[in-house]
Design a protein around this ligand. Structure first.
Ligand SMILES: Nc1ncnc2c1ncn2[C@@H]1O[C@H](COP(=O)(O)OP(=O)(O)OP(=O)(O)O)[C@@H](O)[C@H]1O
Ligand SMILES: [Mg+2]
Length: 302
């Protein structure tokens, strides 16, 4: 069974703004699915539909085989959700908030206390545990929201921009936690993010949303293919002559190759021509390359 399924899912706000159109998607269990796209693409709308916070105007969806629309309590028991707008009780301390939300999610008091303490320590909030939530900084609040989402050990975790307000050290800790949840505990993570550099290390599959439509989805290799981004060979040389088949990019001469297996033949060829090669490197496309090149092609095609 897939962890998350959407079939022709659509949402229009006020009958006019079509925030999401015809979204079809299947996210396997375990692993991190990166959900990417520009501001206003429909990512948060999708999370809200998948977690029953909004009703779709068309299509359907399920989480662990359950409908968020008809069985929201069961879905909430299995899911942790962290959105941009997660609210805490400002006059309660960090720890009180976690214990309260833990009990709301079905934990008995002693369990909620134990779990809250573990979360506060794991998310580096232990020293702030007795501080009122309205005295938390943005990043502390964000970590508290993540802790809240994790209180009842969810099988599926929806994270909407979990690291956007975090300092690099906290962001790294949260990313490590996400990886460990997915790898060691088999949790399925649905991660909306703009932080493409982190996403590439974290995600096993991706979806790119553009103007409410899913425009590309699959593994990183599938994305590269869809966006027409190829691996390149880069050659550093001080020769005055032009290297046939190569294009100069900064200091390097570059040429697209099908795979790294082509590199030895390229080098043999250059050396046979007496071209002094100081450095040869493989330039692999990054998620940023794929994202920008694909979205540019979408804008051009519009
Ligand atoms: N409550 C609402 N009422 C009307 N329109 C809305 C509402 N919420 C979102 N929208 C619109 O739906 C579209 C998708 O918004 P959404 O918040 O899902 O985008 P997003 O991909 O999460 O963007 P961001 O990267 O900025 O968080 C946008 O055009 C937005 O203006
Ligand atoms: Mg959003």
């Amino acid at each position: 069974m897939s962890a998350i399924v959407a079939q022709s899912l659509g949402k229009s706000y006020n009958g006019s703004t079509q925030a999401l159109s015809d979204l079809t998607l299947q996210v396997p269990q375990g692993g991190v699915c990166g959900f990417l796209g520009p501001n206003g693409a429909g990512k948060t709308t999708t999370v809200k539909l998948l977690t029953g916070l909004l009703r779709p105007t068309s299509g359907e969806c399920s989480v662990m085989g359950l409908s968020p629309q008809t069985e929201p309590e069961k879905v909430h028991a299995l899911c942790g959700v962290m959105t941009e707008t997660a609210r805490m009780y400002g006059t309660m301390t960090g720890q009180q908030n976690l214990e309260f939300f833990g009990e709301t999610a079905g934990l008995v008091r002693a369990q909620a206390k134990e779990r809250a303490e573990l979360m506060l320590r794991s998310l580096d909030l232990w020293e702030a545990r007795e501080q009122k939530a309205n005295q938390y900084s943005t990043g502390m609040m964000q970590r508290l929201s993540l802790a809240r989402a994790l209180m009842h050990e969810p099988q599926v975790l929806f994270l909407d921009e979990p690291t956007s307000g975090l300092d690099p050290e906290s962001a790294q800790a949260v990313n490590e936690m996400i990886t460990s949840l997915a790898k060691k505990s088999g949790v399925t993570v649905f991660l909306c993010t703009h932080q493409l550099r982190y996403a590439q290390d974290l995600c096993s599959t991706y979806g790119i949303l553009h103007r409410g439509k899913m425009v590309l989805q699959g593994s990183f290799a599938t994305l590269c293919e869809g966006a027409g981004c190829h691996i390149k060979a880069g050659i550093l040389t001080d020769t005055e002559q032009t290297l046939p088949g190569f294009v100069k990019n900064g200091e390097y001469w570059e040429t697209e190759i099908a795979s790294e297996a082509e590199m030895p033949a390229i080098l043999r060829d250059l050396i046979a021509q007496d071209i002094p090669v100081y450095e040869a490197r493989l330039i692999r496309p990054t998620l940023e390359d794929v994202y920008f090149s694909f979205l540019q092609s979408q804008e051009v095609a519009k």
